[in-house]
Design a protein around this ligand. Structure first.
Ligand code: FES
Length: 200
């Protein structure tokens, strides 16, 4: 079920268990990421190496921008589980993407608290500004817009997550300004505190 009348879970960039994963290009971790993974795996007992599966998938996403079927096979081999077990995890956690995204992934929370505070207007403003619909990437490859479920900051809605950072109490005007700043300053626009407190 979904709180949103027009959309169901499984839309956007997350692969549902019913979809076939994108095969993608041949994949192997870079030596640096493989070394980081081995360092993480050492935190677990040798017979619990599979516990490093989530960090391994985050490293894939950092390297490739999403998690392809070939990357899942590589992770399975490196961690010592089956590709099906890796796919189970990828399809369960919505933070793992099954399709490439733009440089900036704009995720607008559409769940109840954010919806009541105007999340739909924020999504509409971003869609207009970027000339795309939710689930799409703009022509420059810079921005991907998606709607997601609760981001865990319900008292500060509407919440927009840009890559790994939270932006809270976002207004339609604030969202448009954020796009301008990202175009102008790049990742520098994401540094510092993004908490914006609305005046009564
Ligand atoms: S409802 Fe939007 S963060 Fe929880």
């Amino acid at each position: 079920m979904s709180f949103h009348p027009k959309m169901s879970y499984g839309t956007g960039l997350h692969q549902s268990a019913r979809e076939r994963p994108d095969p993608g290009e041949p994949f192997a971790f870079t030596p640096e990421r493989r070394a980081r993974l081995e360092e993480i795996a050492l935190r677990y007992p040798p017979d619990r190496r599979r516990s490093a599966l989530l960090p391994a998938l985050h490293l894939v996403q950092e390297q490739q921008g999403y998690v392809s079927a070939r990357a899942m096979e590589h992770v399975a081999e490196v961690i010592g589980v089956t590709p099906a077990e890796v796919e189970d995890v990828v399809t369960y956690y919505t933070m793992f993407r099954s399709k490439p995204a733009g440089t900036y992934l704009l995720q607008v929370c559409r769940t109840l608290s954010c919806a009541l505070n105007g999340a739909e207007r924020v999504t509409d403003a971003l869609a207009r500004k970027l000339g795309i619909a939710p689930g799409e990437t703009d022509a420059t490859g810079m921005f991907t817009l998606v709607e997601v479920e609760c981001l865990g900051a319900c008292d500060r809605g509407p919440v927009v997550m840009v890559n790994d950072g939270w932006h809270e109490c976002v207004t339609p005007e604030g969202a448009e300004r954020l796009v301008d700043e990202l175009r102008e300053k790049g990742t520098a626009a994401l540094s510092g505190c993004h908490l914006r407190v609305e005046k009564p």
